[in-house]
Design a binder for this molecule. Sequence first.
Ligand SMILES: [Zn+2]
Length: 88
Amino acid sequence: MEGPYYEGQRPQECGHYFPDVLRFLDIKREKVYYRVLDCFHCGRYTIELLDPSKELKARLDRNGVDIAVLVRDIPEVRKRELARLLQL
Ligand SMILES: [Zn+2]
């Protein structure tokens, strides 16, 4: 199945839609913030995170990394989020 999953849903950078595309983790390297996304169709890719939230920024400044979802949980999270979206 491929999105969009609701009216007006905007695609992620690779052209696919949440939850096919999940936030995998965020990292900070040399003062730059990055987001690694996990796409069911494209695999993992990294984008520069231009406008991180204040909370996320604080966590990345402190830890250097912020893990959104564990690798082993990705299929389950995708399934759960899809079920939730399709119920709306
Ligand atoms: Zn993709």
